[in-house]
Design a protein around this ligand. Structure first.
Ligand code: AKB
Length: 315
């Protein structure tokens, strides 16, 4: 196989901004094309692209002779609840366009992220298995559930090598997330360093599955590099690293910032969090392609603080 030519769709988001340099290290900077609705000002080749425009997507793929696609463009859970029509259009029509273009352009490999949001209030909450009751309560979760089955269908009907992970909440310092229910676990660090205080939009006891970005990027690269015959799941793999409540995260922060103060003012996102699992069983990912998380809660908190201190230039 020749060196992949990679297109990242939705490259300006929280995950895209960290996947891009990791893919550039793996394949070479000149092998990467980033696309988003707005210019990104990156060091890579860029295309302005609205994924709901299939003809424009096909033209970008053809122009750059793309072989691998990472399709990350989506509306997340909280924004999706406020704008269900747009969430459906971007998350479903966008994915359909990508899947069709992949088949037409004979794309060798596609990555598409799913989420713990596929699970709903009837799902077993602890150590949620790969195969279980999946009745999502948000429009975002509904699009992810349908998307998983679309991916599986394109794999079975068209032989498209599509691979997917059910990400937990992703925690990172380079780019802040936008519009998710797990975003508090990023905002808390910036507010702790700016104001020594944070008002959390979830209650103190809302345990959710989470992952530090270096683990998420590595999981993505490892899944995409795995031999196809090892992969038994073409909907989306459960993926797990950490599980903690806002109170546990605050307590871990307070070990390093003893004066940090956390308040709670739960809003509409509480109901979304309540419908999701507290922890995930990812034994299929471990068995099929050797997944192992590396980052603990303490190590993640320390690393986040070090990097955000530098970024904000605070002591
Ligand atoms: C969200 O909170 O919507 C996302 C997710 C868990 O998919 N971070």
């Amino acid at each position: 196989m020749s060196t992949p030519k990679v297109l990242i769709i939705g490259a300006g988001g929280q995950l895209g901004q960290e996947l891009a340099p990791a893919l550039a290290r793996q394949f070479g900077q000149e092998q990467l094309v980033l696309s988003d609705l707005k210019p990104l000002g990156s060091v890579y080749a860029e295309e302005l692209l609205d994924v709901t425009d299939k003809a424009a997507l096909a033209a970008v793929v053809q122009k750059h002779r793309i072989t691998h696609i990472y399709h990350l463009a989506a509306l997340l859970s909280a924004t999706g609840e406020k704008n269900p029509g747009l969430a459906w259009q971007i998350n479903m029509q966008g994915l359909l366009n990508v899947l069709d273009v992949c088949v037409e352009a004979k794309i060798e490999r596609l990555f598409w992220p799913s989420s713990i949001a596929v699970f709903g209030p009837t799902t077993p909450r602890h150590n949620t298995p790969q195969r279980t009751i999946i009745e999502p309560a948000t429009i975002y979760g509904i699009t992810k559930q349908a998307g998983e089955h679309l991916c599986d269908w394109y794999f079975r009907k068209h032989g498209l090598d599509v691979r997917s992970l059910r990400y937990p909440g992703l925690i990172s310092w380079k780019a802040e997330p936008g519009g998710g229910t797990t975003d508090y676990a990023v905002h808390i660090f910036f507010e702790a360093l700016r104001h020594n205080a944070y008002t959390c939009f979830l209650g103190a006891g809302s345990a959710l599955p989470m992952m530090y970005m270096p683990d998420a990027v590595r999981a993505t690269l490892e899944l995409m590099a795995a031999p196809a015959e090892k992969l038994s799941i073409r909907t989306s793999y459960n993926l797990s690293a950490l599980s903690f409540t806002p109170a546990e995260l605050a307590a871990t922060l307070q070990k390093l910032l003893p004066d940090f103060r956390m308040d709670y003012a739960p809003d509409f996102r509480q109901a979304i969090a309540d419908s999701w699992p507290a922890s995930i069983d990812d034994s299929e990912a471990r068995k099929d392609w050797g997944w192992q998380p590396e980052w603990s809660l303490d190590a993640m908190v320390q690393d986040m603080l070090t990097n955000i201190r530098q970024k904000l230039q605070v002591a």
